[in-house]
Design a protein. Structure first.
Length: 414
């Protein structure tokens, strides 16, 4: 489309018949009055924009009786449907934009943070009491970041905080109880967070399960799917306001190269009974691979829906010696054999920490990282139809549980 548009003195100028508008959450979209169609990308440049910040002095946003959003200029006594901030809309960087490599597979999380001062930043990390999550929390806390360790086992999380504070006495760490096998626990954890904090700068979705026997959560979903994807999806949505009301927020989703081996290849493959299969269709490795693709698809769709938030997914390393294999003696043995040839926990945490803090990623979003460098995910991970389908099905699965819990609560009161 861009190539057939008329010449203009400015590539950013709107072609005839086009109008620029903004959604309530700041996404700029473009209306073609000839075709009555809309699109997210600029008709000339093909790029996306967002509007941020407060309205100019003297302006007020109102909602009319018929539900339309109006902007009132009290100084000039005028009213318009056009957001005045559109004049200052900014572009955000796409996933195709190169990122300079400063670190590699041998880098540690602490080397990534060398010389950085993270005071004033608040990070929430799931599964932070052990393994890669602990090294991520430790590295951020040692550099001044206020870190919330969101964990199922509160006692182990408190012990992890003590370890960090033995290295740095004034390290700012706190514990938040979070059981990802329970959507009610996720909801409670989000409420407790909101009672203590107004904003969140960094959300790291690190916790995960691997090679577990078939089990259902209290919500009735297969455990790997719920812990690795569904509960993290729910937690992120519940923390939307805290993330989007602070400057330069980031969401880092720890995925895996295993996403390339997922059996999910089309939108028809995404269904509650395939995401959370019955026992006779369950294979733990397949469930893990599918959950890691869900992580990737969630990251892509979140980046599209929340353009003011930098969203990254990453692979920490292959067969890192962590607690991930604790449920299978076969994998514990295999992980032990390959341990001399794999990353240390500090090295495995480096890519997560890089995504969460690297200055050169400011304004970027939707990128997948391995060894602290951008790499291409699988074709399925970039399929927008898959991402939208997963988002919608995930919402439906959560809503069904929330409605069930509300019904049970209402009955209990009678």
């Amino acid at each position: 489309m861009v190539g057939v548009l008329n010449e203009s003195d400015s590539e950013d100028e709107m072609p005839p018949g086009w109008e620029e508008r903004a959604t309530l959450d700041g996404n700029v979209y473009y209306v073609n009055h000839y075709t009555k169609g809309t699109q997210w990308t600029h008709p000339r440049t093909g790029r996306k924009k967002i509007v941020e910040g407060e309205l100019p002095a003297g302006w007020e946003r109102c909602v009319s009786e018929d539900g339309k959003v109006l902007f009132v200029d009290h100084m000039n006594r005028t009213t318009t449907y056009t957001d005045p901030r559109l004049a200052f809309a900014t572009e955000y960087r796409e996933i195709s934009q190169p990122v300079r490599q400063r670190f590699d597979a041998s880098s540690t999380a602490l080397s990534v943070l060398l010389g950085r001062d993270l005071r004033g930043k608040l990070a929430l990390i799931t599964g932070a009491n052990t393994g890669i999550g602990f090294e991520t929390a430790r590295s951020l806390a040692l550099h001044g970041c206020n870190v919330i360790l969101a964990c199922r086992d509160v006692q182990k999380a408190q012990e992890a905080v003590k370890k960090i504070q033995q290295e740095k006495e004034n390290a700012l760490c706190e514990v938040l109880h979070l059981n990802l096998a329970s959507l009610r626990s996720v909801r409670d954890a989000a409420e407790k967070f909101k009672q203590r904090h107004r904003t969140l700068h960094i959300l790291i979705l690190n916790a995960g399960l691997f090679a577990v026997p078939y089990m259902l959560t209290e919500d009735g979903y297969e455990t790997i799917f719920q812990v690795n994807h569904l509960s993290h999806f729910y937690l992120t949505l519940l923390l939307e306001h805290a993330l989007r009301t602070c400057a330069s927020p980031r969401v880092v989703i720890v995925s895996s190269e295993s996403h390339r081996f997922s059996s999910i290849q089309s939108a028809e493959d995404i269904h509650p009974l395939t995401l959370s299969p019955p026992a006779y269709k369950y294979w733990s490795m397949g469930a893990y691979n599918d959950s890691k693709l869900c992580n990737m698809l969630f990251a892509q769709e979140l980046a599209r829906r929340w353009p003011s938030v930098s969203v990254f997914s990453c692979h920490p390393g292959n067969m890192v010696s962590s607690d991930l294999s604790r449920y299978s003696w076969t994998f514990r043995l295999l992980f032990a054999i390959v341990r001399p040839f794999t990353k240390s926990l500090q090295q495995a945490a480096s890519t997560t920490v890089f995504c969460a803090t690297a200055p050169e990623l400011e304004g970027a979003t939707g990128i997948y990282f391995n060894n602290c460098y951008r790499c291409d995910p699988s074709n399925a991970a970039l399929d927008p139809a898959l991402a939208i389908r997963l988002w919608n099905i995930s919402q439906e699965m959560i809503i069904s549980i929330v409605k069930r819990d509300k019904l049970w609560y209402d009955l209990a009161l009678k």
